[in-house]
Design a protein. Structure first.
Length: 112
């Protein structure tokens, strides 16, 4: 497991476009060359895992979750959610990538 995570980390840090700074750059990375699509999926997958961990932690402290996923979400599904959100909200292309990803998940998986 540790070796796999290390390989993924090395792939991300050595891949062009692995550090999306804005919504536009994130969109470009997720729709560009195949290697950028791969780094996009790792970026979104890692962010999704971290986001779920934070979501679980705040819920355990009595704070309302930011978003509520109903099923196991794949990396490609996260990619589609984020790209659709960017396309529907063109003004956010200059927002930070992390903010765009969070907002896309909140919009896609609202808590009832």
């Amino acid at each position: 497991m540790t070796r796999t995570l290390l390989l993924i980390f090395l792939l991300i840090i050595t891949t062009k476009g692995a550090y999306s700074a804005s919504g536009q750059q994130l969109r470009d990375d997720c729709t560009g060359e195949m290697i950028n699509k791969i780094s996009c999926l790792y970026f979104l997958g890692g962010f999704g895992a971290a986001g779920l961990e934070i979501n679980d932690r705040i819920a355990s402290n009595g704070i309302k979750r930011l978003w509520c996923e109903t099923n196991k979400i794949t990396w490609t599904h996260r990619r589609k959610i984020v790209l659709d959100y960017i396309d529907k909200n063109p003004k956010i292309k200059n927002s930070e990538a992390a903010t765009v990803i969070i907002d896309a998940h909140i919009a896609a998986f609202p808590c009832k």
